[in-house]
Design a protein around this ligand. Structure first.
Ligand SMILES: Nc1ncnc2c1ncn2[C@@H]1O[C@H](COP(=O)(O)OP(=O)(O)OP(=O)(O)O)[C@@H](O)[C@H]1O
Ligand SMILES: [Mg+2]
Length: 316
């Protein structure tokens, strides 16, 4: 059973970009989780895949759609778009086609959605740069390794104190400047260490310290880390997330402690992001959830007398 979010046109959408030039940091995984978290809060969410080669987010969402149909589960879906790839013989023509494809998608969804969640490729390209310059919130997941850290900054090999900023950090700085010049808006940049081991190590402490130092220099905020949990790899074929109602039917396996921990960490990340949630939509979603929870139960007298607050079904 598929559920599409409700259709009230809000003000211009808040753009959340997942970015890091380093591949495999968790951008697509987090893009999906942020999108589902916002949908659960009743927000109208559009997603855009700018990784035209891998299309991991697109596959994740397609898997979700297929699993909802196959299992009969009510899995809420964002309105998803993947920028069409330029296929001419000329590189610059392809870039122009893809560039305007992205802008067309944004124009289409910006007035009808609360949030646009954009997943970018793990490389520096024209679309990645454009997305960064349009972002309101940039989330950069980072593997807990100095190899991954090196796209943001360099450290002294003896003291591990920061000696300078690196190429991805410079790209974000430029994007921020462009954004400020274009409309005066400020980009809120949040870096989150991902796939962090449960065993405390000297490397972890050094990364945390260097990141703290770099955050003051580059002007980003550091979120609580996300643990390395195998469930994130298992979710993909079914398109589910740690934020879905995970029962045995959803997983066809027992709910483990790691699901609860993953969910807690993701909720903490969401709180850190301080995204501009549309509260009326959130209240409607809460009322809807409450109503769905009791609709199978026999009616009380007061229900029959008339509860006009019961929300209408989103759709099935
Ligand atoms: N917290 C986590 N715990 C365990 N595995 C994770 C976690 N987050 C992501 N992964 C896994 O790490 C791998 C890379 O994640 P993902 O594809 O989301 O990264 P990415 O930054 O989008 O990569 P790319 O740059 O190639 O697009 C995937 O196998 C994913 O399942
Ligand atoms: Mg990806």
């Amino acid at each position: 059973m598929l559920v599409q979010a409700s259709s009230r046109p809000p003000a211009s959408a808040h753009i959340v970009v997942l970015g890091n030039e380093k591949g495999g940091a968790g951008k697509s995984t987090l893009a999906m989780h942020v999108a589902v978290a916002l949908l659960n809060l009743g927000q109208r969410v559009a997603t855009v895949d700018l990784d035209l080669r891998q299309k991991s987010l697109t596959c994740y969402i397609e898997n979700r759609r297929a699993w909802a149909k196959r299992s009969g589960l009510a899995l809420i879906l964002p309105e998803h778009h993947c920028v069409p790839r330029g296929t001419t013989q000329k590189l610059d023509e392809n870039e122009t086609i893809e560039f305007s494809g992205f802008v067309d998608i944004l124009t289409m969804v910006e007035e009808t959605h609360n949030f646009i969640v954009v997943d970018t490729a793990g490389s520096d390209n024209h679309l990645t740069r454009l997305a960064h310059s349009m972002a309101n919130t940039l989330i950069t997941p980072l593997n807990d390794s100095f190899v991954d850290f090196s796209v943001l900054g360099n450290v002294d090999p003896e003291t591990y104190s920061v000696t300078g900023e690196s190429h991805y950090a410079r790209m974000v700085r430029e994007a921020r400047q462009q954004r400020r010049m274009a409309d005066g808006a400020l980009l809120d940049w949040v870096v989150v260490r991902n796939r962090v081991s449960s065993l405390e190590s000297r490397n972890m402490q050094r990364i945390a310290r260097s990141l703290g130092e770099l955050s003051a220099r580059l002007g980003f905020r550091v979120a609580e880390p996300l643990g390395d949990r195998v469930i994130f790899r298992e979710f993909f074929p079914r398109g589910i997330t740690a934020l879905d109602k995970l029962d045995e039917k959803t997983l066809t396996a027992r709910l483990a402690l790691s699901h609860a921990m993953a969910r807690k960490e993701l909720m903490s990340l969401l709180a850190t992001l301080k995204l501009p949630i549309d509260e009326r939509a959130q209240q409607r979603a809460a009322a809807r959830a409450e109503w769905n929870a009791v609709r199978g139960q026999p009616l009380d007298v007061c229900d029959v007398i008339g509860d006009e607050t019961a929300p209408s079904q989103q759709s099935a």
